[in-house]
Write a protein that binds this ligand. Sequence first.
Ligand SMILES: [Cu+2]
Length: 133
Amino acid sequence: MNEITISKRKLMLVVGLILIFGVYFLLQSVNASSNTTGTASGNVIVGGEAQKITIKALNTGYYDPQTITVKKGQPVELAFFADKGSGCGSVMFINEFNVRLKNGEKATFTPTQAGEYIYHCSMYMFAGKLLVV
Ligand SMILES: [Cu+2]
């Protein structure tokens, strides 16, 4: 076996490895992209009908209702209304879902993790609980 034969065999080995890894990564990326349609991470199924909820800022200084329960993995359609005279309560936030609503506005988001989230005015004077179960 001379030098040239050895280097050819090495070259074949390297090319073979590159091909194997190439196919492996290609299959990985195909898998990953097919996972993003329809389902989210874990056992949470994303989709289905929106859960419609309404929150109202009262001029007495409270949000109505004070507690709302929704299911995780299902879109939430949130409508917000503010009484005249509800002051700073007329802008409502839910930080975790990037929600910021003024009177008459709507937001849609899908909670994927169970937990307790607070809807509140900018100063947390008006506050209520969104329970995700
Ligand atoms: Cu406030």
